[in-house]
Write a protein that binds this ligand. Structure first.
Ligand SMILES: C[S@@+](CC[C@H](N)C(=O)[O-])C[C@H]1O[C@@H](n2cnc3c(N)ncnc32)[C@H](O)[C@@H]1O
Length: 305
């Protein structure tokens, strides 16, 4: 395993927006190398810090980084499984952090097949125990499905042209490596080649790891684990992710849900949370200069009433 390198994004803003006491539990749904974790433990010292990641290498890196902190409990799992695993601790969490997407370590580690700059097998699994890989998407999906995911998750307008080029090439031989895919996409598009390759790789990664599936359900379930006054902070890197976060937060903070035509409220529906951030927090100039990854990060926070 190569050295784990990942700079936590919006670290200052994350710290400023939690208010924890010593008796609180903290849930970190995307532990990565433990960058945010270290900062949060040093600042707030929660009673128990539960760190979840579906990538075993991330858990190993975090164990090293956080070896001096005895309050950390590690959980190798998809975070979508966590709300039901922690039902006995419902209402005990003063803070929950979800820092979505992949880490720089995953991207930079050539063997993982996330990067179009490094030749590797088409893999892109965050959880290497899963069997479904980028190879299966690229070599197995129909032309239409490929075009749809490239359009939806990659927001790439030349999706049809790219899908057609992938399928044509596949008729001769399978597409096995990141560099082969990169070359096929570059040759297929008329516009910015680098951007198109980036978007195709992003789309396939989101598909391989089912990143957007049931994200809304997960957010509602994990919110239930908070105590009153506890806060859930979510950092997203993709417009579709951010839209899901925004919509669920709006739903959780809505009061009356009667139709507008009703003269008075009959539903008695009460908001469950209040928005801490009306607009998402984004990286400042200094962070943007130091960490280009922060440029697409959006942080939204909700507090349980
Ligand atoms: C952006 S990194 C987190 C970095 C971390 N906050 C830090 O400061 O080091 C995202 C991490 O979340 C993990 N991850 C993404 N989706 C996940 C999921 N559904 N379940 C569990 N872990 C997930 C990835 O494996 C990756 O290690």
């Amino acid at each position: 395993m190569q050295n784990f390198s990942h700079v936590p994004v919006l670290k200052t803003e994350v710290l400023e927006n939690f208010q924890l006491n010593n008796d609180d539990l903290f849930l970190d749904c995307t532990l990565g190398g433990g960058g945010h974790a270290k900062a949060i433990i040093e600042r707030f010292n929660p009673r128990i810090y539960i760190g979840v990641d579906q990538d075993k290498e991330a858990i190993e890196a975090a164990k090293k980084n956080l070896k001096n902190f005895k309050t950390v409990q590690y959980e190798h799992s998809n975070f979508k499984e966590i709300p039901k695993k922690l039902l006995d601790k419902k209402g005990l969490f003063g803070g929950i952090l979800v820092d979505l997407g992949v880490s720089s370590y995953q991207i930079d580690n050539s063997e993982r097949g996330f990067s179009f700059n490094k030749d590797a097998k088409l893999d892109m699994r965050m959880n290497q125990d899963n069997e479904f890989t980028a190879w299966a998407v690229v070599n197995g999906y129909s032309e239409k499905t490929l075009a749809d995911i490239i359009y939806k998750y990659g927001e790439e307008r030349e999706s049809r042209r790219i899908a057609s080029a992938i399928v044509k090439r596949r008729e001769k031989s399978t597409i096995d490596t990141t560099l082969q895919l990169q070359q096929i996409v570059s040759a297929a598009v008329k516009g910015d080649k680098k951007k198109a390759v980036q978007k195709v790789f992003q789309a396939i990664r989101i598909e391989v790891n089912s990143e957007l599936d049931e994200l809304d359900v997960f957010i509602k379930q994990v919110f239930e684990l908070l105590r009153h006054g506890g806060r859930l902070a979510i950092i997203s890197f993709h417009s579709l992710e951010d839209r899901i976060v925004k919509n669920v937060f709006q739903e959780l903070t809505r009061g009356c849900i009667c139709p507008p035509s009703f003269p008075q409220c009959v539903c008695n529906h009460k908001p469950e949370g209040k928005l801490v951030t009306k607009k998402p927090i984004i990286a400042g100039q200094q962070e943007l200069e130091l960490n280009s990854r922060s440029s697409s990060a959006k942080l939204r926070i909700i507090e349980k009433l």
